[in-house]
Design a protein around this ligand. Sequence first.
Ligand code: SF4
Length: 451
Amino acid sequence: MQPEELFPYPEIRPAQLELMRAAREIIDSGGHLVVEGPTGMGKTVALLCSLLSSPRVDEYKVVYCCRTHKQMDRVIEELRAMKARITALSMRGKREMCLNRLMRFVPSASEAAQVCAILKRRGKCEFFERRGSSRVLREFFDRPVTAGEILSVCRREELCPYELAKELLGEARLAAVSYLYILDPSIRGGFLQEIGERLENLVIVFDEAHNLPATASEIASDRLTSTSISLAVREAEEAGEKKLSRELTGWFRFLQGFAGEIFGEKEGEKLLEGREVLNGLEAPAELAERAEEVGENILWKRVEEGRAPRSHLRHLSSFLALWVESCGMEEYLHILSKRRAQFSLELSVLDPRIITQEIWDCWASVSMSGTLAPLEAYRDLVGLPSTARLLELPSPFPEENVLCLATEGVTTKEEFRLPQMYQKINEKLAEICEEVPANVGIFTASYEVLR
Ligand code: SF4
C-alpha cells in the first residue's frame, strides 16, 4: 500500500508527499531521518500515513515522542481522521494518570514513581488492587484513544488509569508519550517492558525535535542546594539517625566553609573538579546508600500519616550517588555556586549524547521540527550516525504571501507582564486585525499571555 492511500484529507501538498516517501523508505529498510518542514504543513499526518502503510507495520511498534499533552492527543486525532483501526493511545505521566489522593502532594515525576512503587508494594493503593479488568481493557482495543478518555473510564470503574494504560501499551501498535519515556534511562527500561518490545524493534518519532538536545541534557543534570541539605539533616535527626545526621552536618559545614573560601561575601559560580567537595565525607557512596534507605522509610511514614510524601534525604542520596559516579567524566560539569547566602552544587551535562546515543539502536527514527536547520549540526549534536538522511522540505506557503514585520514598545518578558503592557499589545493586535482583509490567527509566547 502507498502512504497516500491512507491520507484522510482532500489534497496532499507536495512537501507532504516528499515526507511520506522519505519516511517510508526509512521505515521499510531501517535507519534515521531528520526532517525540517514548516509548522502547519501537516507533517504528523504525512508521517502517520508512512508508518501505517509500511508492509512491516506488524513487526514494529511506534513510540511517538512529543513535548506537550496537546501534541500527544493530536497524534490520536489524526489516527482517527485516518479511520485507523489499531490499538493506539496517548499517555500522561504517573501523577496525571493517578487517582490516589496521596499523589497530589508529590512534587516531581521521579518521586511519583517512588511513592507509587511503595504504595503498591505495601498493598495500599485500592485502585491498583482492582487492576486486571479485561472487560475494561477490551473497550480500548483496535481504536486510538486519548489519555483523557482512559482517565474518565477509570474514574467510573475506580481503576488505576496508569496501570490500565500500561496494560494497553502491551497491545498497542502506537503510543504517543512524553520524551522522558524514551530518553530517561530510569523510565525507559520499565517502559520497554510494558510495551513488550526491544529497542531494536521500535520506530521512534521525535516531534518538535529541536527540543531533544536540551531535554536530554536536563535529564542528566541535577542540583542540590544548601537548604535541601539542611532539610535532609533535619529528616535524619527526626528519624533518630544520629550517625547520618552527624555526617551530613559535617559535610554541610565543610561545603559552607569551602564556598566561603572561594566566594567570600560575594555571589558567583565556580567550575570544580568534583572530588574536592567529597573531601568532607569519609565514604560518600555508602552515605548515599544509607540516605536512600532512611529516605524510603520517611516517605512511607509520611504516606501512612497522610502527609505530602517527599524526602530530601532521597534527593540528596541520588544527587550524591551521581556526583560520585560522574567525577572524572568529561561530559559532566561540576559547579559550586553562591546566591543570596545560599550555596548550591550543580551537575550539568552539556553533551546530550550521554543520553541520546543509546536510543539510536532502534529500528528507525524520525526527528522532525519546523526549526531544526542546520540539520548536520542536529545530527552530530544528538549523536545520530552519519548515514542519517537529512531532508529540508520547502514551505507550502508562497513567498509573496509571507510578510514579516517587527514592532517596538511591546514585550511579553516576565517582568513586564502588567495590565498596561497587555493593553498595549491588544491595541497593536486590533490595528493588525483591522488592516488584514482576512481571518487572523494569533500565536503567543504562552497560554498565560493568550488568556
Ligand atoms: S497504582 Fe495507580 S492509582 Fe495507585 S498510586 Fe500508582 S499510579 Fe496512582
